[in-house]
Design a binder for this molecule. Structure first.
Ligand code: GSH
Length: 216
């Protein structure tokens, strides 16, 4: 069974939890609170030198980092991973876009405005850039979705899961999706997929290292 190091409110972690839920794949989740530095301990850095979640233990002592790499791993051989050469490349195209155009802007705004107390005051200088670049990324997605139901292969794939992670929290961090009807329709389409779970949903098997330490 997989072991997933993840944080409940992290969009990158949620992408992996969503894929595992859609695939009905059992796993054990370990909650890592990045705000308390739990991803920067020597023990965690030995598993992932980047000090970030999500992190998936795929076999004893073998770890995969980077949400989109993990998505490809868990979805391999399933309908979530397109299997023609061009469709795989299209899915990757959108997943690279997610990492360079969407996540650094909407993800950063979500982190500082929604998760960090006082974050808005700390990041006033950066917020304007995140908004401008975030809206530009949303417009690219809107233009694609005007003529497509999904991002690649005409079906829900890892590309949609990757993009859903932060698009669905955009309105929690100052972005207004009112002028993006195709994105709103796509968000609802993803949410109607059998097996869909929200970011708040927790698998039954969650370990919280802090509470385990407190019990010891
Ligand atoms: N590109 C990485 C980014 C991962 C990432 O930024 N993780 C954040 C949580 S969303 C994190 O663990 N931050 C803690 C830190 O950097 O100390 C991915 O897609 O997995």
């Amino acid at each position: 069974m997989y072991k997933l190091y993840s944080m409940q409110r992290s969009g990158n972690s949620y992408k992996v939890r969503l894929a595992l839920a859609l695939l009905n794949a059992p796993y054990c989740a370990i909650e890592v609170d990045i705000l308390r530095g739990e991803s920067r301990t020597p023990e965690f850095l030995a598993k992932n030198p980047s000090g970030q979640v999500p992190l998936l233990e795929v076999e004893d002592g073998r770890y995969l980092a980077e949400s989109n790499a993990i998505l490809w791993y868990v979805a391999g051989g399933t309908p979530l991973a397109p299997d023609t050469r061009v469709e795989r490349a299209e899915a990757l195209q959108w997943m690279f876009f997610e990492q360079h155009a969407l996540e650094p802007n909407i993800g950063a705004a979500y982190f500082w405005l929604s998760l960090v107390r006082g974050g808005r005051d700390l990041q006033t200088h950066a917020l304007e850039d995140w908004m401008e670049r975030g809206y530009a990324a949303l417009q690219v997605m809107e233009n694609h979705l005007k003529t497509h139901q999904y991002f690649a292969a005409d079906q829900l794939t890892v590309a949609d899961i990757a993009l859903y992670g932060y698009t669905h929290v955009a309105e929690r961090c100052d972005f207004d999706l009112a002028t993006f009807p195709a994105i709103r329709a796509w968000l609802h389409r993803v949410e109607r997929t059998p097996g869909f779970v929200s970011m708040d949903w927790r698998p039954a098997d969650v370990e919280d290292p802090a509470s385990i330490a407190a019990e010891a």
